[in-house]
Design a protein around this ligand. Structure first.
Ligand code: GYE
Length: 347
């Protein structure tokens, strides 16, 4: 919310001094005139400084998913806070804590508070039309980050997201190269209805159908929860379900699955009986890839802070921006990863 108060103040000050000056000028010496000019100048500078201070306070409302959803989410939240602070933006971040309706009302509240920009990371990809329309009516640019929402292009300004279908396809293509005698796949999905879960799950379901692979278990873990993933795999083992692939839709759930297999004495990873696929590629997870505990980790990059700052600054400057930007991402294979790659990881 930018405030335009300074100009009038400058005018008042200048007028006061000149008025005084007028009567005085006839009487005052050159010196006095110089002093008054200096006073006016100083006042103008002061107000200008104040104007700059108030003018730059761009307020950005960020509708985040859950505070403690995963190590990825923690890195993502940190990236926003650090980049916005560095840019001098005022950040208003709220967390939906697993509740889609709560995110919707939080977004509406931020619109009421007249934020300058609204950035949404949706728990659910569907159901955002009303918020997007309300933002539009209020003249507030609607930006999607991380997860693409189901909105027509006329309802949002820009998006900086990951291509989750492409991430899933990378994993499926890698699985094909493993040429296993049989494929018995356990799918540990993320939050139901989030575009991250939808994209990654669709890819493995299509891949299995196309290649005649068996998906022996396919369930979404509320909140991408590591403990729920561990329990689900422990129950499968206890129930005698045979599997030789874990397709865990984030690093934390992959680690949960490994803990369950450790407890049951089942080998996995590079030299084990079960292939482990994860998504996110946090630094600790890449250490697991290097150690051969995870076979593959498909990157999903959480460092959206600087990307959104760049986007907002372009919009502020009236520059054209790419409406649909996908983050460049790679994957890490236990047969090719190096210590240097792990050391270079910043999250
Ligand atoms: O994979 C998971 C996080 O939206 C891409 O959300 C993100 C996902 C990420 O909690 O770890």
């Amino acid at each position: 919310m930018k405030r335009i108060i300074s100009l009038s103040l400058v005018l008042v000050l200048a007028f006061t001094f000149t008025a005084c000056g007028t009567t005085a000028t006839t009487e005052a010496t050159t010196e006095e005139a110089v002093t008054e000019e200096a006073v006016v100048e100083e006042a103008t500078e002061e107000v200008a400084t104040e104007e700059v201070a108030t003018e730059e306070a761009i307020t950005v409302g960020v509708v985040q998913t859950n505070a403690n959803e995963s190590d990825w989410r923690t890195a993502n939240t940190k990236s926003f806070n650090e980049a916005f602070a560095e840019a001098g933006f005022e950040i208003k971040m709220v967390f939906g804590e697993g509740d889609h309706a709560k995110q919707i009302s939080q977004a509406q509240q931020l619109i009421q508070e007249e934020v300058d920009y609204l950035v949404v990371l949706g728990l659910q990809s569907a159901g955002w039309e009303d918020v997007a329309k309300a933002a539009q009516e209020a003249g507030i640019p609607f930006i999607m980050a991380d997860r693409k929402l189901e909105l027509s292009e006329d309802l949002y300004t820009a998006m900086v997201c990951s291509d989750f279908a492409a991430e899933g396809t990378k994993a499926v293509d890698w699985l094909k190269t493993q040429a296993l005698d049989s494929y018995k796949i356990v799918v540990l999905g993320g939050d139901t209805g989030s575009s991250a879960q939808l994209g990654r799950s669709q890819a493995i379901e299509d891949g299995a159908a196309a290649n005649g692979w068996d998906i022996v278990f396919n369930q979404n873990m509320k909140g991408w929860d590591e403990t729920l993933a561990k329990q689900a795999v422990a129950d499968l083992i206890a129930g005698g379900t045979e599997f030789n692939v874990i397709y865990a839709e984030n690093d934390n759930m992959a680690r949960g699955a490994c803990d369950a297999m450790d407890a049951a004495g089942i080998t996995y990873g590079k030299d084990g009986d079960v292939k482990v696929i994860a998504f996110d590629a946090n630094k600790w997870a890449l250490e697991n890839v290097l150690a051969g505990k995870f076979n593959l980790d498909v990157e999903c990059n959480p460092l959206h802070g600087p990307r959104i700052v760049k986007l907002i600054n372009s919009l502020e400057a009236g520059e054209a921006v790419e409406q649909n930007a996908y983050v460049d991402e790679e994957m890490f294979d236990c047969d090719t990863i190096t210590q240097e790659i792990v050391d270079a990881r910043t999250y």
